[in-house]
Each structure stands twice: as C-alpha cells, then as structure tokens.
Design a protein around this ligand. Sequence first.
Ligand SMILES: [Mn+2]
Length: 428
Amino acid sequence: MEHIFVVRRIQLKKEIRFIHTADLHLDSPFLGLKDVPTNLFKRIQNSTFQAFETLIDEAIERQVDFFVIVGDLFDGEDRSIKAQAKLRQQMVKLEQAGIEVFISHGNHDHLSGTWLNLDMPSNVQIFPEEVTCIPITTKTGLKVHLYGFSYPTRHVTERMVSKYIKEGEADFHIGLLHGHCESSRSEHQPYAPFSIQELLQTQMNYWALGHIHKSQIMHEDPHIVYPGNPQGRHKNEKGKKIGYEVVINVEGQTTLQPIPTSVIQWESLELHCTEEMTFTDLYTKCETAMETSLDQKKISILLEINFKDAGYLSAAIKQKLENGEFLEMLQEGTDIGDIFIWPYKINIEENKSEAILLEDPTFWKLMTQTISGYRDDEIDETLSTLYTHVYASRYLSPLTDVMKAELLVEAQELIGERLVGRKEGGKR
Ligand SMILES: [Mn+2]
C-alpha cells in the first residue's frame, strides 16, 4: 500500500492536470424552438448552465490544477446578468476548492460590448486585449506559462498566432486561442485564423482552442484541441458534447479524457414510408422510434423527424404532416420526465416517388405510348394559344410534320431530364 502511495505522489509531482472548455454560450436563447411548453423550455434554456456546472463539479472532484475557458463564455455581447451571476457562482466554487481559472473572451463576448459588470472572485484571471503570458506555479511546484488574449471587438481577422511567443523558463507552456483553424471545415467565421503549422512553430506544449463548436483533436504530441461547446444550441450542433480533462507530464505526454457535458442532445431520425402505411402505422412507428432513442441514449433529446419516401403516403395523411397536426399529436403524447424526447420538427421528402417512376418500366412505356399516339390536331390545339397570340403569331411560321415529330422527341427528353434532375437534387 505504502509503496503505491509513494509512486502516485511522484507521478503527481510530474504532471499537470486541467480542464479545457470553450464556447459556453451561457444563456443562449434557443430561439429556434417554438411551441415548447414553458416548463420544458425553462429546462432547455437552463441546459447551457447545467452543462458548464458539470465541468466545474468534475474539476473539483478530480482536483485539477487549473481550469481554462477559451472564449465565448457569454452568448451575447451584453453578457446577460443572469449568465454573469451563474458564472460567478461557479467561479466561487472553484475558488473554495483552490482552483485557478483562466479566461479569454471571444467574438461573442468581446470587450467592446456594453454590460453591467459583475466582478469575478480572485481565482479568476482574464486575458487582456494583447497576447499576454500569465505564469503560475501549481501546488506540486510545477511552473506553467499560459498565453492568451481577449477579443477587443467582434471581428478579429488578424493572424494573432504570430504574437504567441514563448517567454522565460517553465515546465509547461500552454496557448489559449479562440479562432479559426484553416485546415478545418467549419461554418464559423474565420476569426483570428491560423494553420496547424503556425501553432507547432510556437513550440507550446498544448494548444487550448475555442471557436469551433464541434469537438476536434487537430494534432497530437503536442496536442492541439477544440473541445467544442459543452451544450448544443441548435439542430446543427447534434450529438454528445464534452469538455476535456487534460493531463500532461514533464516528458510531454498528453492524455485527454472527455467529460460528457450535454444535458440535452439535438438529434434527427429518418423514417421510411411505405405504400400500405396508415395514419395509425405512422404514429405508432414514430412513438416506437422515439422510445427506442430515449432508451438507447439515456439523455434528453430534441428530435427532428425526417419522413423519407413520403410520396407513398395518401394525400390525407400528407396534409396532416404538412399542416403540423401530426407533430402536435406526437408532442401531446410526450411524457416529460427526468429525461424526455421532444419532437420539435417534421420534414417530409417526396423525391422517392419520382425515383420510383424513373425505375418503373411501365411508366416509360406509358409515356412513349402517349407521345407516339399524339395526333396532329392535338399538337395544333396545344400550340394554338401561341399561334393565336397577338405578337408571337407574327413571327411564327406553320410547323411541318418533321418539326412536330422533333418537338415530341424533345418533350420526352425534357421530361426525363427533369425527373432525373429532381431525383439527384433530392439527394443533397
Ligand atoms: Mn462560439
């Protein structure tokens, strides 16, 4: 026993342990959700706070050396007082546990916004506008230099990475940077852009990134990491969300441990329709699929349902899907317990019916028959509005039989092209 204890103590001395998170977007408004019952909406609105609190509790439980938050703590530049108060509460918890916190502000909570300021406790250090080095010494006597800056305004397009220069002697150098990595595909604005190569050249031991909301490990040894946001805020932020516990030892080895944070997950579900499907079938299928998702994920879910092959459904059923009645029915049947699944949107995709036509030989046969059976006078009748048009008629000469036959061939081709085009368009 004693022996193990000694070994552990030695290991403790040789490594640093911290939490890396970013993009808390506290007090996000969740505007995209309509018709959610008030009590449920309150829970959804509270999710950004709850996800953050999970990280705080884990930090205390794991007795980390420090905690870094790399930008966009607040969703709005006015920093809602509620968000500040909740942040402060959590910072006080860390202060009582003797954990220091390092914060850089990002494009959402840049320093030019106007807000009523609530001072943070003394364990919290906020990076200023210029890239600055903050030196600390851990309880185990290791020296760490942290580098970072806060966005002075919303739009920072400069390559801030060039200003990160290692200073002095330390066991670890850690860069905090809220910005856009050029090799990552993202929909986020290309603020404070950098390449992986540029980050590597700085020779930091770890790059704590923020800005991109999807968790991504961009490089290993040294690690360059986007933890993503702890709680998804809309349908494009699907799935599990996490924060990282980072452990780096003096040999430079890094271990990342993901900490699950999301309280509510955004998900989507595909359901295939068939010809025989009745309204009851459709409803039951949805209910079962929802129950299964909830059983499997064991976490609250906001669900978007995509009906594929809706071309099979009768017009009456489709109408209920399109006018929102069906969604309402599903929502009314939802139990809101400790965890819940709330269907917030239904999409229907009809392209399959056209795809079926394309693959159906009788459809093509029927079309060929119709076209070859077209009589002369029928063509004349179809074109009559053009030929009797006040202006157009002046420029038109009568069609010969050859021209009429060509027109029919072209029409057939056009129908084919349009159908194929729509089918391919529907795949995107
Ligand atoms: Mn963000």
